[in-house]
Design a protein around this ligand. Structure first.
Ligand code: ASP
Ligand code: MG
Length: 424
């Protein structure tokens, strides 16, 4: 068998019938075989399901309308793709909604994260059913697989960790066999299951990671993530008009970019690929002939400045009530609170009088952290700030970014410049 290739299509690339037809065009031969294809939920479906979960706990009277909207969105796409040949697909979709409604008719599970995962998976299940039915209709051979049969995880719901040995064995058994027989498989990103077959998820935007897990366990030749951008850019083109696409970047550069908050690929995606030297391509689904960006081994010198902006941050300035230094014991305690609340620290700094941590301004988490610390510490919060990281900075880029802004703190290490600006 030739080496496997892995493709991943995100929500935007399957958001409506036209988008799914385009996916069909990309997957039609002569695209590579064997090919493992990972697909996200359609468009903003995951957000819509999050709303359904919220309503289930707090406003169940909204459920019929919310579920109804989701149903008709999927059914319209299905009908538009398959017209009078949509019967079998409609039955599959109907079965999914029945199953979803069973869950929603019961009281919500007391454990939010568990409950979330049991519901959120319907987005991926529905989208892959639709894409699969369309491909069958187009005569494109493949097999639909339920990713929960081979992406095996622990029970850390909403952020499940992969059980690699079990996953490897299940991929060898299920996915290899299907690829041998059909040349192509279609499966869901983002979702997995525990050893007890309870649904789990890998974290928002986790389908990139699914593609990497499949590539790793299948010893794939490469992974291609098809996106609505020309490739990996040196900044957000909506904000920086000079942003340009990069042809090639190293695994290390990609890891740094995602670590500092670049939303190009899910942060966990790179490591498994790097471990096996599997290259990752990010390519535009609306121009499938274009090269995009290749992430691979080696070092690439003379990269242009790369700008990563984390908007909507809040800076905690934490000091002791008795004016003593914030010392190791305090840091240990502060970090225990932060870790317990599952807050991600985006940047931090210790000074003589205070310890500063920059986190994303999620109001619930911010107030929980304030509550956890305020008995022992004085806390000053700075809001309306952005954390800006520039890799391979030059003077021109830095002064352009800082012009007219108040800089709350700045740090330089190696090739990385980082600063926090206050927006008026
Ligand atoms: N549908 C999921 C989300 O939006 C996973 C993904 O698209 O990667 O988070
Ligand atoms: Mg998505």
């Amino acid at each position: 068998m030739n080496p496997v290739e892995v493709y991943k299509f995100g929500g935007a690339s399957v958001k409506d019938a036209a988008a799914i037809r385009n996916v069909g065009d990309i997957l039609r031969n002569p695209s590579p075989r064997p090919l493992a294809v990972v697909i996200s939920a359609m468009g903003k479906t995951t957000n819509a399901l999050e709303e359904i979960i919220r309503a289930h706990y707090h406003q169940p009277e909204l459920l019929p309308e919310l579920v109804g909207k989701l149903k008709s969105y999927h059914e319209e796409v299905a009908t538009s793709l398959l017209a009078d040949q949509a019967d079998a697909l409609m039955t599959d979709l109907h079965d999914l909604w029945v199953e979803l409604n069973w869950i929603l008719e019961e009281d919500p599970h007391p454990t939010y994260n568990y409950h979330y995962d049991q519901i959120i998976v319907f987005g991926e299940l529905a989208s892959t059913k639709i894409v699969s039915a369309y491909l069958t209709n187009q005569g494109i051979a493949h097999q639909w697989l339920d990713a929960r049969n081979f992406i095996k995880t622990d029970a850390e719901y909403r952020e499940a960790r992969i059980l690699w040995d079990l996953t490897q064995a299940a991929v060898d058994h299920e996915v290899r066999k299907a690829l041998d027989q059909h040349g192509m498989i279609i499966t869901q990103g983002f979702i997995g299951s525990t050893v007890y077959n309870e649904s789990t998820t890998l974290g928002r935007e986790g389908s990139d990671y699914t593609a990497a897990i499949l590539a790793y366990t299948l010893d794939a030749e490469s992974v291609t993530i098809w996106k609505d951008v020309p490739g990996i850019m040196t900044g957000d083109p909506k904000r920086f008009e000079f942003a340009q696409r990069m042809d090639d970047i190293s695994y290390q550069e990609a890891i740094e970019m995602t670590y500092y908050g670049a939303k190009v690929i899910h942060p966990k995606t790179i490591k498994p690929l790097q471990n096996k030297g599997i290259p990752l391509f990010v390519r535009p689904f609306d121009h499938p002939d274009q090269y995009g960006t290749k992430i691979g081994a080696g070092t690439i010198t003379d990269l242009p400045p790369i700008i990563v902006v984390e908007p909507n941050q809040v800076l905690f300035r934490i000091s002791t009530k008795d004016f003593s230094f914030v010392a190791e014991e305090n840091l240990k305690e502060i970090f225990t609170r932060i870790a317990d609340l599952r807050i991600k620290v985006n940047s931090m700094r210790n000074t003589a009088i205070s310890f500063m941590v920059c986190i994303t301004n999620d109001p619930a988490k911010v107030s929980q952290l304030v509550t956890a610390l305020q008995d022992k510490y004085d806390i000053i919060l700075h809001e309306h700030i952005e954390l800006i990281t520039v890799r391979h900075a030059d003077e021109q880029t830095l002064s352009m970014l800082k012009a007219g802004k108040e800089i709350l703190f700045e740090e330089i290490y190696g090739k990385t410049h980082q600063f926090i600006i206050k927006n008026a």
